[in-house]
Design a protein around this ligand. Structure first.
Ligand SMILES: [Zn+2]
Length: 238
């Protein structure tokens, strides 16, 4: 029985490994997708800022053209001042020049505001350019590592399944049935160690006589509380 119990523990460990590898096979692609969406999000934000900067450049160009046009208008109006005949016309032209100058001054303020924003945004874009490139590089490294891990998992999974099957063949079929039944009832763990009169599956006390039997006899003993298969483990050696 002791030898069979040892095999059950080995089987239980192999099954736990298979389960954990299967979970990893599901989790790793999800992690990769998550990392990619984070990287894409960073890239999109960066693109938006670049577009904003381009819009500011266009707006700056537009306002500069506007300003040149106003200067042109002032020049023409000033030329007309020499030609006007009446006082009324003269005053009207002066007023016109004043109005254009006022609007030019507003355009100049707007240009200063645009240039300020452009300067700030240019700095941000330059800094983010490096960050985005570094982020992409990091994502590619992580994705490559995940792909590598996934490849290894398949090989390890195959090996563990083979191991699991070969252990199963060495175990008495009645005992194996009992093991599988307890396993489904007890969340995957059917064989547990007992030490210091305590079951490590349910942490309850095992009656002293039963604990003694477990240490000395070769019988199959189940925990009276959780019904798991018990084996004695000498933790003083560890
Ligand atoms: Zn128990």
């Amino acid at each position: 029985m002791k030898e069979q119990l040892k095999l059950l523990v080995e089987l239980q460990n192999a099954e736990a490994d298979v389960l954990s590898l299967k979970n990893k096979k599901i989790e790793l692609p999800r992690t990769k997708d998550f990392l990619m969406s984070e990287m894409k999000g960073q890239e999109e934000q960066f693109e938006t800022k670049k577009e904003e900067l381009e819009k500011l450049r266009q707006e700056h160009k537009h306002q500069e053209a506007h300003l040149t046009m106003s200067a042109e208008k002032i020049k023409k109006a000033k030329g007309r001042l020499i030609e006007v005949k009446t006082n009324k016309e003269y005053e009207a032209t002066l007023k016109e020049i004043e109005t254009i100058k006022e609007s030019s001054s507003k355009i100049e303020d707007e240009i200063i505001r645009i240039l300020d924003k452009m300067e700030q945004l240019t700095e941000i874009v330059a800094a983010e350019d490096k960050q985005v490139a570094a982020g992409k590089c990091e994502y590619e490294n992580q994705a490559a590592q995940i792909e590598k891990d996934l490849c290894n998992i398949d090989a390890r999974l195959e090996e563990k399944i083979r191991m699991q099957d070969s252990i199963r063949k060495k175990i008495d079929s009645t005992l194996l049935k009992k093991f599988d039944l307890i396993k489904t009832r007890r969340n995957g763990y059917a064989v547990v160690a007992a030490w210091n009169e305590v079951c490590s599956g349910c942490h309850m006390n095992i009656p002293p006589q039963m604990y003694n039997d477990l240490r000395k006899s070769d019988a199959l003993i189940l925990c009276p509380h959780c019904s798991r298969i018990l084996y004695w483990e000498d933790r003083q050696i560890e």
